[in-house]
Write a protein that binds this ligand. Structure first.
Ligand code: 48H
Length: 266
């Protein structure tokens, strides 16, 4: 049978979008936590925080969420995690299998479909109640008394405009804490470095055995009010990289949420 759609006009659809967006945006102009970057570390941090009842807004410059989690590596649709991070795939309901250990004499290496894993992670983050602003890019930080107290943002499309019509001032969003989850770029940290407020060491060379533990261990408040997670931790602290394996991204995101919750309690 052909469905009979509800009788709704064009203007009503526009008002529904504008009204809901404005209401939600206004409520997030001041919030508990802003996460810049919607890759694996930012998404899972958002999920954990929202699940714990913390108000959280994720800002993502692309129109899609997930960052490097959509592709395992080398444009192939498989991602890996090393034990114990398969427990997070389990929590998210992502099907995975252990890599053929007889052939390579390896244990504790797991493989999953990246599109399946990424979709489950995005859904879990939204289900937990994290709010998302995509196509919005970090422009600057709000700094009060030497503490990061929010972010300055603009529509991503503004940066693609020709210079003569790109005179669009950004807006500010305040928060108790900010998480830099922008991956290799460490974009929030770099805003502080540009002003000589800190010095990053830059990401180290590949060494998977060492890197994952180090990234999780170093997930912390890198500057008052600013917590780093994921590959931003490597860039900030000069830690080795790990290539296309994502356990540390997921575990670092969880650790970042713990750090935030401890700080919000004080
Ligand atoms: C708004 C921004 C801005 C900005 C960036 O790169 P990601 O996937 O980051 P992580 O740290 O969660 O995961 C890293 C992983 O994907 C990876 O690259 C690994 C494991 N590499 C190892 C290796 O050795 O190479 O996601 C970051 C997100 C992206 O979606 C960006 O679009 C977004 O942040 N982003 N959003 N404003 N200025 N900069």
């Amino acid at each position: 049978m052909t469905p009979k759609f509800a009788p709704v006009s064009e203007s009503q659809i526009t008002r529904a979008i504008v009204g809901e967006f404005a209401k939600e945006f206004e409520s997030y102009v001041e919030t508990d936590v802003i996460i810049v970057g919607g890759g694996p570390s930012g998404l899972i941090a958002g999920k954990e925080l929202a699940s714990a009842g913390v108000e959280v807004l994720i800002i993502e410059r692309n129109n899609y969420l997930g960052g490097g989690f959509w592709l395992g590596g080398f444009l192939m649709n498989k991602l890996t995690v090393r034990s114990p991070a398969e427990t997070i795939l389990e929590e998210l309901g992502v099907p995975y299998k252990e890599y053929n250990k007889d052939k390579d004499k390896v244990a504790g290496l797991y493989v999953a479909d990246s599109s399946h894993a990424c979709s489950k992670l995005i859904a879990a983050t939204c289900d937990a109640g994290a709010k998302i602003l995509n196509m919005v890019a970090l422009d600057d930080v709000v700094l009060h008394n030497e503490k990061v107290s929010g972010v300055v943002v603009n529509w991503s499309a503004v940066s693609a405009l020709p210079k003569e019509i790109a005179c669009v001032d950004p807006v500010s969003l305040e928060s108790k804490l900010v998480i830099d989850a922008t991956g290799h770029d460490a974009s929030v940290v770099k805003k502080l470095e540009e002003r000589g407020l800190l010095k990053t060491k830059g990401q180290g060379a590949m060494w998977v055995e060492r890197s994952e533990n180090l990234v999780v261990e170093h997930t912390s408040e890198f500057y008052p009010g600013l917590i780093v997670t994921g590959m931003a931790v490597s860039a900030a602290y000069g830690l080795p990289r790990m290539g296309p394996t994502f356990g540390a991204m997921l575990m670092s995101g969880k650790r970042a949420a713990e750090v935030v919750i401890e700080k919000l309690r004080v």
